[in-house]
Write a protein that binds this ligand. Structure first.
Ligand SMILES: O=C(O)CCC(=O)C(=O)O
Length: 280
């Protein structure tokens, strides 16, 4: 092992401990009163706490998904330069699609999901936006998210709505159950990591092969299934073999809004002030 790998691990682990400690000290205003959650939301919170991921089948109807797939095509088409596309032209993304689509805005403001995010982060409000994405099979495409990674070392939560039926061919979401837990992360950095890493939240296939494979969840399913996940766990969109996959994903942040994020989002129509969605 190269010497500087140890140094990087040490820096990563120290950052983890610090992030863990300060995770709840930044972001928006703390919850003023306890949220009134439904039984279903409590189940989601328990599952997310234990596993880091929960799948809720049939959250949207087939008809809603058909409509939203067509909306995504026109949002990507209309966004032109503001759409992000990977090198292989497989992964097409528009961030903050709720700014141009009332249907996407409805999903972005879904109270069932937003309240789960608030309960998880203990925040009154959370900045968020919704990614509209179309994944097309292209030879050499790395999959949605461009390979194995954690989104951050501290809190991050996402809600992904499949708008296509998803098989092992068209890029299912993959997640290592339990990898969102602090102890798992620390063990991951200190003990398991045998590769050098250019970026402390990105992992090679060789490294991921050493993680407990029994924890690996490959989320195949139907259009309309909702996948809730703590995105500080190890995950990726599996590289595609055929077909395409549409999805909407809400990104929640437990941090004050930053201009850096704003640069990656779709401009508001008419040049209105670029404030994030953050209402409860
Ligand atoms: O779309 C997916 O399946 C994975 C996306 C992903 O890696 C991410 O949201 O960070």
């Amino acid at each position: 092992m190269k010497e500087n790998d140890y140094l990087k691990k040490l820096v990563a682990a120290t950052a983890l401990v610090l992030f863990g400690r300060y995770d709840n000290s930044k972001g928006g205003e703390p919850l003023r009163t306890a949220l009134e959650l439904t039984e279903k939301q409590r189940t989601s919170l328990d599952t997310l706490d234990r596993e880091g991921i929960q799948v809720i089948p049939g959250y949207y109807s087939t008809a809603q998904c058909t409509d939203l797939r067509a909306k995504i095509d026109s949002i990507i088409e209309g966004a032109r330069g503001a759409a992000w596309v990977d090198e292989e032209k497989s992964d097409h993304r528009v961030n903050a699609a709720e700014r141009v689509s009332p249907e996407v805005a409805l999903f972005c403001d879904d109270p069932f999901i937003v309240d789960i995010a608030r309960a998880l982060s203990h925040r009154e409000t959370l900045p968020r936006f919704t990614l509209a994405a179309r994944l097309e099979h292209k030879e050499g495409g790395k999959g949605s998210g461009q390979g194995w990674h954690r989104d951050s070392l501290g809190f991050q939560f996402k809600a992904m709505l499949y708008l296509s039926d998803v098989t092992t061919d068209n890029g299912p979401f993959q997640y290592f159950r339990g990898s969102h837990k602090r102890f798992y992360k620390i063990r991951n950095y200190i003990a398991d990591l045998s590769q050098g890493f250019a970026d402390i939240v990105r992992y090679s296939d060789e490294h991921v092969a050493k993680l407990p494979q029994a924890d690996l969840m490959t989320v195949t399913g139907n259009a309309g299934d909702l996948v809730l996940f703590n995105s500080s766990g190890v995950h990726r969109g599996m590289p595609t073999r055929a077909g395409n996959r549409y999805a909407l994903t809400i990104y929640f942040f437990n941090e004050p809004w930053s201009e850096n994020w704003e640069k990656q989002l779709l401009a508001r129509p008419g040049g209105a002030a670029p404030t994030p969605r953050a209402s409860a």
